[in-house]
Design a protein around this ligand. Sequence first.
Ligand code: XLS
Ligand code: NI
Ligand code: NI
Length: 437
Amino acid sequence: MSEYFPNIPKIKYEGPNASSPFAFRHYNPDEVVAGKTMREHLRFAAPYWHVMRNELSDPFGAGTAVMPWDDKSDSLQNALNRIPVFFEFLEKMDIDYYCWHDRDISPEGATLQETHDNFDAVVDALEKAQKETGRKLLWGTACLFAHPRYAQGGATTPSLDVYSYAASQVKKALEATHRLGGEGYTFWGGREGYSTLLNTDMKRELDHLAAFLHMAVDHAKKIGFKGQFYIEPKPREPSTHQYDSDSAACLNFLREYDLLEHFKLNLETNHATLAGHTMQHEMEVALGSDALGSIDANQGDELIGWDTDQFPTDIYLATHIMVLVLKMGGFTTGGLNFDAKRRRESHDPSDLFHAHVGGMDVFARGLKIAAKILEDGRFDEFVGNRYSSFNVELGKSIEAGTCDFDKLHEYALGIDSPLLESGRQEMLENLLNDYIV
Ligand code: XLS
Ligand code: NI
Ligand code: NI
């Protein structure tokens, strides 16, 4: 069997003092942390679109990525040729899961039927590659944003014909996800929004989107797909405003249309920051509704205003994320999918490995630090104490929904003017730093 990355060894844990850059310094897959192995906690996934299809272009210049295995054509053969490259990458990285959009893995044909036939042929090959290598599908999704027909939306398009094409594509993508044993199915609505409200019937578009998602849920039942459905929020880009703009907007939409029992959220760090939130904020909002499903792990750039999809390197960020994942009790169907791309300057195939090694190591550190923080319980204790004034009869009646204004009025008249305890933000930031070092 030919090797596509002949100069890259299988990446192994070699400890913090490893000399090779092609080694994990912190991700030790079999090491047990907080009751489970790192592999079980972190459930790393690689996205087919960034690893295999991202040529590293930007709005001002052509792609730079060196991909000797790719003839740059849109042929089915070229699509099939990429598969062993990708699985060699997964095996050398020791990444168990992957994710795809239908159009990353297989090309559009001259007709819809031909497109589906191409897709079936590629899914056959993926099924075989998964069996041979033991790699698994974390989630699949349909690309309803790249082709010009979706310029005005897929499930929120004004055209019934386009809507039907989108439905046909999702039906096929869902069936393929099921066939490949996928643990989830994601909807990310890059074009499900608007460019201007002058031409948009927002309520009608939302009704159509909800109908579309209900049909997806029904189809999953029909074919026996039991995986988890996710919505991935993002406020804008490519649309001016996307309906799934953040966790709160998604949860409201899902509740309003009776979809919440079928969906969880797939949260992406850079989308959170584009929405003007931190990732912790988005995760807390999802957790509050028991709707945190999976994570697209990346990070943005403070100086660039778009979804730069950089590899996660920030230990604070990874720590915050892992604290919340551990508090949730860990992932079930979800995982950490590196929806991240190399910089345009990092065009060499070996950069794919450096990038993922860094992302995996930073999450391994985040996991270890998070486990220690939770084990010590000092933050939880502080937060618990901060609200402890409510731990009395009156406070409990507020939390139970049995209090009223008259009771509180009477209580307030009988006490001295309230004194506040300090919020101690700086002390807590210092405490966090003690764990990070
Ligand atoms: C784009 C999104 C996309 C989804 C899958 O910004 O992150 O890649 O993860 O459609
Ligand atoms: Ni994403
Ligand atoms: Ni993104």
